[in-house]
Design a protein around this ligand. Sequence first.
Ligand code: SAM
Length: 242
Amino acid sequence: MQIYVENLFKDENIISIAESLDLKTTTKRNKECNLIYNERGLSFFVDPLNKNHSINIDFMSGKLGWRITRPQNESLLKKTLGRSKEKLKIFDATPGFLSDTMIFLSMGHKVVAVEQSKIIFHLVNDAIRRASPSLTYLKNLSFCHGESFNYFDNAKDNFDVIYLDPMYPDSRKKVKKTGSVEALKFILDYERKSNQNDELVLKFLANRNKKIILKRPLKSNKKYNNINYQVKGKTTRFDIYL
Ligand SMILES: C[S@@+](CC[C@H](N)C(=O)[O-])C[C@H]1O[C@@H](n2cnc3c(N)ncnc32)[C@H](O)[C@@H]1O
């Protein structure tokens, strides 16, 4: 894999990303250039010579951009997090492209998020860099690359909530327009990272002394025992373990 850098955009940022990913940069686009850096920041293409199945994370546009400007409308997530006078400290153990965390931040909460994939980490971190001047609440986010349970196990912070959104088994969450699920799967396969998250969920459930929120497809079976309650939306369900 290589990073295609459009000539004008070769800067310190892409040099440090390339170093961290241990990838070469090139100014000639070729079939190995799954990563592209230009005026839109860093993007990922499953097929480098084709626009399909690509991902460029932009918190300020699309459905997410709309939702983060209207956090008062997030009744499902508010119900899921529960009533609290204080703002919460949330640990996101499966951040992916960070959509859920962005909503939590827009609601005023603090989030620590740890992503296992280095490529996803850099795609998201670059989106954070671009959005930071506009979204001041990004200062309430700590985002890093690593294995989330290890991080959590060694962390000294006191979290109110652990949030888990493992990959849905049948990928019903498919977002055909952007191909983001295809891109996510491709990246995890390329990096040989697991997208079967049973083990991760079980580790958190076994160490349960915090509220755990597990996002699931609405009609999926109750995979793990001892759910305390559920909050249901139109397509998604949140299983809560206290
Ligand atoms: C379905 S995605 C989460 C989507 C996310 N909630 C969002 O709003 O964009 C699951 C993510 O969890 C990450 N993940 C899975 N196991 C992990 C682990 N043990 N540590 C850190 N990240 C993990 C995967 O790499 C993937 O990016």
